[in-house]
Design a protein around this ligand. Structure first.
Ligand code: HEC
Length: 152
């Protein structure tokens, strides 16, 4: 399937699911906490709706970057993959600023994650497939670690 179409379909499905979830939120929920979900053991970040939207857009961009990197590795274009790792997963000023707006523990994982993005950029630059996959695995480990620890 065409990549753009696939993205559009997925986005549509996602917003449907999201809209259904929002339908259950009543006025009362604001008295309990900032978060909308049930307690699942993860730490709620308590973001404003605006920050939440911004953070999720960043997250989707992270996933797109990982997809682009894996695709470029498959195609043997390590240079381009490395560029994307530095620019979109690495510790840029924008990401440093973004990650510093949360709690200390969240920021710590966020910074470690973005540092691992730079390490991934280095590994890709060496054009060593095994080293690159190991670095990608480390980076993805921070995604899963943070998702297991925090939620909106
Ligand atoms: C420092 C913490 C942290 C790191 C690191 C992190 N995320 Fe997230 N991400 C979150 C939080 C918090 C949410 C909201 C989860 C929830 O409420 O259940 C989220 C949500 C998402 C979503 C859902 C977006 C949406 O529109 O709902 C995607 C996709 C995602 N992350 C991808 C990634 C990927 C891919 C990586 C790694 C390359 C990553 N994240 C790394 C914290 C993080």
């Amino acid at each position: 399937m065409n990549k753009v179409l696939c993205l559009v379909l997925f986005a549509g499905l996602w917003s449907n699911l999201y809209a259904q979830g929002e339908g259950h939120v009543t006025k009362h929920s604001s008295h309990h906490s900032m978060s909308q979900g049930m307690d699942d053991g993860r730490i709620p970040l308590g973001l404003t709706p605006q920050m939440k939207q911004h953070q999720l857009a960043n997250m989707r961009a992270h996933l797109e970057a990982v997809q682009a990197i894996v695709g470029l590795m498959g195609a043997g274009d390590f240079d381009k993959a490395s560029e994307i790792a530095y620019a979109r997963l690495g510790l840029t000023e924008e990401m440093r600023r973004m990650c510093s707006q949360f709690t200390e523990d969240y920021t710590a994982i966020g910074m470690a994650f973005h540092n691992s993005g730079d390490t991934l950029g280095n590994a890709l630059q060496s054009e060593d497939m095994q080293k690159s996959l190991e670095a990608l695995n480390t980076t993805l480990g921070y995604c899963t670690q943070c998702h297991a620890t925090f939620r909106h």
